[in-house]
Design a protein around this ligand. Sequence first.
Ligand code: FES
Length: 277
Amino acid sequence: MNSLSNLLAPRARPSLPLPLPLRAAAPATSSARAAAPAPRRWRQRARLPSPVSAVAAEAPSAASLIDGEEKEKEEGQFDWLDQWYPLAPVCDLDPGAPHGKTVLGLRVVAWYDRAVDEWRVFDDACPHRLAPLSEGRIDDKGHLQCVYHGWCFDGRGACQFIPQAPALGPPVHKNSKACVASYPSVVQNNILWFYPRADEEHRDVLQRKRPPFIPEIDDPSFVTVYGVRDLPYGYDVLVENLMDPAHVPYAHKGLMGKFCKKEDLAQLSSTSKAVGR
Ligand code: FES
């Protein structure tokens, strides 16, 4: 299968054309460099004003999340483009540099907008010549600067500076074609999430729908470990594999430590207590 809609069948009914062909072997999230470029139809231009981007102020109730899931089940639909997707744990992101990511075949760049103390998620394609903005830099003013000709963009995706434009000429940087598509984004559970629609009508999506919230991650009495790996196959294969522990002693023979019987664990525990460990 080489299309996302096939991979997600039978219930997937995306309301927008999906960014395909998506290599079936591609990971859900990988470096932008390793991924195929997204078709132009996915490059929805940002429409000013600014995108939604905020640190989650309050968690949604479990009941509201369950209600939403139940509603989707009842309707028999799952809109893959009407979901929040995790980009990366914030602790893995350097606020001084742009970060290219690929989610569901969509290439995006995450960067830190120090003007408002928020992370932004843009299309990873400069509106000028489509150079990847993830190869650029954060300039002195805190704007995202394209590495190719130096166009600079603010946190809304608006172009603020075109170095080659005559100083006394028309303000070409204000042309709407000079904007980058900017996606709603939010930090929740110390994870940067984004919503894969940049249209104006989805700008306030956070008020309608939030990313899945896991209270234990924010609970200091729990230990949380973040890990991100790029794997050269689809998420569905991975999930199936993770739900199949019977393969572990064989497929990972010698790699997963020694397995103990329950009695051994109990004995180990009592021995540890006896020696005060
Ligand atoms: S391609 Fe980005 S400024 Fe030219």
